[in-house]
Write a protein that binds this ligand. Sequence first.
Ligand code: PLP
Length: 442
Amino acid sequence: MSADVSKLDAYWMPFTANRQFKQSPRLLTGADGMFFRDDKGREVLDGIAGLWCVNAGHNRPRIVEAIQAQAAELDFAPPFQMAHPKAFELAERLAQITPAGLNRIFFTNSGSESVETALKMAIAYHRVRGEGSRTRLIGRERGYHGVGFGGIAVGGIAGNRKHFGPALPGVDHLRHPLDISRNAFSRGLPEHGAEMADEFEQRLLALHDPTTVAALIVEPVQGSTGVIIPPKGYLQKLRAICDKHGILLIFDEVITGFGRLGTAFGADYFGVTPDMICCAKGLTNAMVPMGAVIAKQAIHDTFMDTAPENAIEFYHGYTYSGHPLACAAAIATLDVYQSEKLFARAASMAPAFEAAAHSLRGLPHVKDVRNLGLVCGIELEPIPSKPTARAYEVFERCFWEENVLIRTTGDIIALSPPLIIDEEQINRLVAAISKILVRMTK
Ligand SMILES: Cc1ncc(COP(=O)(O)O)c(C=O)c1O
């Protein structure tokens, strides 16, 4: 089935150059394992787990069946003052794989909603424990925390902010820790730059006063703006500064959660325990939209202990929080991750992935390669006065000429394949990029 371009008008596509896309649509009509099928019947190797989310590969039968069975049994249960058993079951299951102490789970429907929820939870937490002055939120430049007003405020992507007014007041940002001048072609954690965490205390807390700050939110590895990996010791320093000043540390693990770094969460990989984790994407293997905030028990208990008897403790939630289909999908997804040991598999494939990614070093236009677990960024020299054009061309040509789906942001290619990828597929993915880079004339 080829696309009928005259029928593409009504759909206003998200984060897409709509007019450009509709000239030459890329339509996916099926998927299985490591591959999409497109409307021309081509098999397309998925180099980005859909959108950093299909961690167990596509259309896994166990998850499909769980959703089908759930839809036939209980379509919906109101989540306010009511519940259904699978929401509790899923929360218990999740609490078994989260870092120690983080065992209270609040369900949302997306990464963006997880971020809004965590930011509100942080401010409210301080208020109920008697420190209502702590309302400021600190994020990072080039951070991506979804598209809610809180998320764009703490996020650090100019394009996502400039059209939408001031968003939240009382927000400030750390610099991002990418430093290609010192760390180009790092394998794993960059050596240089832990001291960049010091500006949190020396500049931002000195300016705002620590007693006004509720939380710092960071992605352990910044994904959407081109895979920025924290230097050795950097996250540990942020944790220490938060501890010193009573500030909550929120890890936005929407990408790093569920095995991307070879561990359940980035927190496990780095050995740094935040106060809250935001997750989504891999939670249900992207089969049904779902997100969650995983909070330290002490945070949860503070709400429980301070609210009047029989009162709602946290005035927040969504009609679809803990939706039965999402819970069924998530439980089956955790089953797949566990029975196939997919997080350990990601760790075991990481060296081959690293070697393949770094084989691009020295090819035309390649300015940096950086990797961790099963995620890597390949930064290209921009075409003078045409930022983003070079990477976009690689993306399009990989899709049409090599039947491979990659993702680009600015002039950076990001790869984050499903955790089931094998060595041959890794090599095919990277070879596709290599061939296109060599073929590009300018
Ligand atoms: C770190 C991070 N936070 C939040 C989000 C937003 O998630 P969603 O698109 O599900 O709202 C994303 C999406 O890529 C993300 O990478």
